[in-house]
Design a protein around this ligand. Structure first.
Ligand SMILES: Cc1cc2nc3c(=O)[nH]c(=O)nc-3n(C[C@H](O)[C@H](O)[C@H](O)COP(=O)(O)O)c2cc1C
Length: 369
């Protein structure tokens, strides 16, 4: 594995990942549902905001630090849950957890990821791990999974609520590619609960209340977009709402989570964390989300690409580049801390052209033969 010491930009991460990944795996990682409007819309939302910076505010000393559930973070970012990490690097979640720990950011562990949660927790006792759950069984099953998260020392649990059915990802259908067939779901004893079950499609707010009753760990609901659902999440005891359209992989033509931050904030108040993801590739992207009221931004595809480009060192490099970019953005916006970012620093604009590989790889398919 290379050390990634020679990677200076996240652009290079995308280029290397593209060269290393088999075409069907590239498509699985970077593609979206159906016509990929939601996938492309996530980037368009970020690119539709321009900065209106302030100057002469003494930004010699700056900090990108923040906190989540009382735990400090070096950067208002986190590694989003990804189910098939071992497709991009054989270490899978071990690599992501190690890089997140080194960079001082939380790491969501998808219940679909590899190796098992307990192995990751043993290897990275100082990492802030958050187990992301897909419900693939009855309430006894859920109780047992929550018990595992508590025993493994997870900092929180996260229930994904945007996946009543699996999105129709047409690149995968065309490639005859199935991640379920390609990856061993080691967090499931019987290994067969991989397909979306009736339990998952039947989830309701009653199940959130039940999950809330099972644990004192902070509870995050992932995949919220409607402000009324953000309000219901808080009412049912969620400690944070995680705004997401699943990277454009579930419902096509879905609003970008970025555009729902202000409404979610208004619905749940100033105190609870609002997490967001979808299209985040730059420090400036993170600055925009925070200026709108988010607490931290999640990295999905960029995490997978960094793993493919250089394993755990690749993810660590990617996170340190984002931190450098965010620190630069703070200085040039006239802010010393991330708390000083606010909506007065943003203006709506027409998304223009970009010459960066990083901003343009979305929507780029492998050439068809
Ligand atoms: C390859 C891949 C696998 C994913 N697996 C999961 C998962 O197991 N659980 C989940 O809640 N979200 C999953 N997601 C969605 C991410 O957590 C996140 O919401 C999304 O990737 C954010 O958008 P971005 O990729 O544009 O950063 C996955 C995303 C990708 C790209």
């Amino acid at each position: 594995m290379d050390t990634s010491a020679d990677i200076f930009t996240n652009d290079e991460i995308v280029t290397r990942a593209r060269a290393r990944l088999a075409p069907a795996v590239w498509d699985y990682l970077t593609g979206g549902a159906e016509s990929e409007r939601a996938l492309c819309g996530n980037r368009l939302a970020l690119d539709s905001l321009a900065f209106l910076p302030r100057v002469l505010r003494d930004v010699a000393e700056r900090s990108t630090a923040t906190s989540l559930f009382g735990r400090s973070m070096a950067l208002p970012a986190f590694l989003a849950p990804i189910g098939s990490l071992s497709l991009f690097d054989k270490e899978g979640a071990l690599a992501s957890a190690a890089a997140a720990r080194a960079a001082g950011v939380p790491c969501f562990i998808s219940i679909m990821s590899q190796p098992a949660l307990e192995e990751v927790a043993r290897a990275e006792p100082d990492a802030v791990l958050i187990l992301q759950i897909y419900v693939r069984g009855d309430r006894d099953w859920l109780r047992q999974v929550v018990g595992r998260a508590e025993a493994a020392g997870c900092a929180a649990i996260c229930l994904t609520v945007d996946s009543a059915v699996y999105g129709r990802r047409e690149r995968d259908l065309r490639n005859r590619f199935s991640s379920a067939a390609a990856v061993d779901r080691v967090n499931f004893d019987d290994r067969k609960s991989v397909q979306i079950t009736t339990e998952q499609a039947a989830l309701s707010w009653d199940d959130v209340a039940f999950l809330r009753s099972l644990t004192r760990l902070p509870l995050i609901l992932k995949g919220i977009l409607h402000p009324e659902d953000a309000r219901l999440a808080a009412e049912h005891g969620a400690d944070a709402v995680y705004l997401s359209n699943h990277g454009g992989r579930q419902l096509d033509h879905c609003v970008p989570a970025l555009d729902q931050i202000e409404a979610a904030r208004a619905a749940i108040g100033a105190d609870k964390p609002v997490l967001v993801d979808g299209g985040f590739l730059r420090g400036t992207d993170i600055a925009k989300a925070l200026a709108l009221g988010a607490t931290a931004a999640g990295l999905g595809k960029l995490q997978g690409l960094a793993l493919a480009a250089g394993g755990r060192a690749g993810v660590e490099t990617m996170l340190s580049l984002l931190k450098a970019e965010l620190s630069n953005a703070l200085a040039l916006l006239g802010c010393r801390t991330v708390a000083q970012l606010d909506a007065a620093l943003l203006r709506r604009t027409q998304p223009g052209l970009s010459s960066s590989v990083l901003s343009t790889f979305i929507g780029q398919r492998q050439p068809q033969t």
